[in-house]
Design a protein around this ligand. Structure first.
Ligand code: SF4
Length: 192
């Protein structure tokens, strides 16, 4: 759909310069999705893999594959081509589809309406649960119960309700310090 060089704004790698590749196509349907224009893959004609790889490596050796839902598609061709050229390859995924591709970092962000497939939980390096209301705190715990011990746990306020949910998250994380707070710092910085 698009690709751009910016600063990773959220989660474990926040503050790190990275090249983002946004893959078109997602049928998860989160009502608060901030990239709804990504949903219809037909609006985003395919780009040759080698073109994406060459452009990415002009900018950065850290490449974040996001969407849309990247795992709608087989990620093996793109990730193997990036890794052959020495890139570190990260994914941001809901985990709703089969995990394909070779990843140096998996950020799993589960969505209630289309839950992750079981195998990805143990592969996740980072669990990032978007908090829209207080019920999501319980959902976050249910999801955290399924990831591996090495997985870092984040709660991140959904942007449009951040002022309302941030106090909930702050109290929750102080009471349950296995969790960390993730903020969408790129939105505060007004960068992509
Ligand atoms: Fe949007 Fe991501 Fe939800 Fe798909 S999974 S609808 S891209 S927030």
């Amino acid at each position: 759909m698009e690709a751009f060089y910016t600063i990773q704004g959220e989660g474990f790698h926040k503050g790190t310069a990275a090249y983002f590749v946004r893959i078109g196509g997602c049928d998860v349907g989160c009502h608060w999705c901030d990239v709804k224009e990504s949903w219809n893959a037909e609006l985003h004609p395919p780009t040759p893999t080698q073109d994406i790889v060459s452009e990415a490596l002009k900018h950065s050796d850290t490449v974040v594959v996001t969407g849309g839902e990247p795992l709608t598609w087989n990620m093996e061709p793109l990730t193997s081509a990036l890794k052959e050229r020495g890139a570190k390859v990260h994914i941001e995924t809901s985990g709703a589809y089969e995990l394909t591709g070779q990843w140096d970092w998996i950020c799993l962000s589960p969505k209630k309406i289309k839950l992750p497939l079981k195998p990805i939980y143990k592969e996740a390096d980072e669990l990032k649960v978007i908090i829209y209301n207080k019920h999501d705190l319980q959902f976050a715990e249910e999801q955290a119960a399924q990831v591996g011990e090495q997985c870092i746990l984040y709660m991140q306020p959904e942007w449009s309700v951040r002022d309302k949910v941030m106090p909930l998250i702050v109290d929750y994380v102080m009471a349950n310090p296995k969790w960390k707070v993730s903020l969408q710092t790129h939105k505060y910085l007004n960068i992509p």
